[in-house]
Design a binder for this molecule. Structure first.
Ligand code: SAH
Length: 265
């Protein structure tokens, strides 16, 4: 099979992974079974795709770049095994990638860093179709995903992802593992949607709005940021001091606040 020969494109966040050690560890951490239904976001020139196809009889890939898509389509030896979805991952409806058994999907990818957060939110909105996810991301984003309350990295992203998923940091990866090397450090994170949410919001959208509002001004107190949403008596009811800041609250605290406060609809 001939190597992909086009130049990498900045606008698609293309940094192709070439470090064998990193690729092996990513695959090992997945412990794939042949029967798994796996979707790769952004296969690029195949750093993860080809090793995945050595284990899996079939693989689904979602790719936006016409040149990359055309090159994969020309790989006739993979016909019938590699299912190419020429699609924007931000618009992807995961249920269209499931078969009639509705087996939950395993999603992997070295994501385009410029849109990784919107992709994560888009996937979380379909968490019920996902078994687990393994992603290469900007390290700073992984630090925020796994952050605990009362740390500088803890924020909206931590609360929203941890609401839906169990999170695990797999490894840090330096710029030299990619071609061309990105300007930032990277890290691999493993996300597994909870089978049953540890703390369920009555209205998930309302919960998301409350979390966004609470963190909209990090330095301000909850009394200020949640004005109009949460009354003093409600803070008291939950034993949450309204002079605290959002970064001191656990996911459970946010869910409790959301479940107490009236929804706008
Ligand atoms: N997995 C490869 C490539 C990673 S680079 C490797 O590790 O080497 C990111 C990949 O995501 C590229 O293939 C890029 O074209 C693709 N991509 C960028 N934006 C996308 C989008 N919105 N939807 C789907 N794929 C996208």
């Amino acid at each position: 099979m001939e190597a992909y020969a086009q130049r990498t494109k900045k606008r698609f966040g293309q940094h192709f992974l070439h470090d064998r050690g990193v690729i092996t560890r990513m695959l090992d951490s997945l412990a794939l079974q042949k029967t798994d239904r796996v979707v790769e976001i952004g296969p690029g020139s195949g750093a993860l795709t080809l090793p995945l196809l050595q284990i899996l009889p079939e693989l689904h890939v979602v790719e936006i770049d016409r040149d990359v898509i055309a090159w994969w389509r020309s790989q006739t030896t993979l016909a019938g095994r590699l299912h190419i979805h020429a699609y924007d991952a931000l618009k992807l409806d995961l249920s269209t990638l499931q078969d009639e058994t509705h087996q939950a999907l395993r999603i992997v990818g070295n994501l385009p860093y410029n849109i990784s957060t919107p992709i994560l939110f888009h996937l979380l909105s379909q968490a019920e179709t996902i078994r687990d996810m393994l992603f290469m991301l900007q390290k700073e984003v992984v630090d925020r995903i796994i952050a605990e309350p009362d740390t500088k990295d803890y924020g909206r992203l931590s609360v929203m992802i941890q609401y839906y998923c169990d999170t695990n940091h797999v490894m840090d990866v330096g710029p030299g593992a990619f071609n061309p090397p990105p300007k930032v450090d990277s890290a691999v994170v493993y996300l597994r949607p909870w089978q049953k949410l540890p703390h369920a919001a009555d209205h998930p959208e309302h919960f998301a709005q409350l979390v966004a509002k609470a963190f909209s001004q990090r330095r301000k107190t909850l009394r200020n940021t949640l004005k109009g949403m949460i009354q003093e008596t409600q803070f008291k009811q939950l034993g949450i001091d309204p002079s605290r800041r959002a970064e001191t609250l656990s996911v459970a605290d946010f869910v409790n606040l959301a479940n107490l406060s009236p929804t706008s609809n």
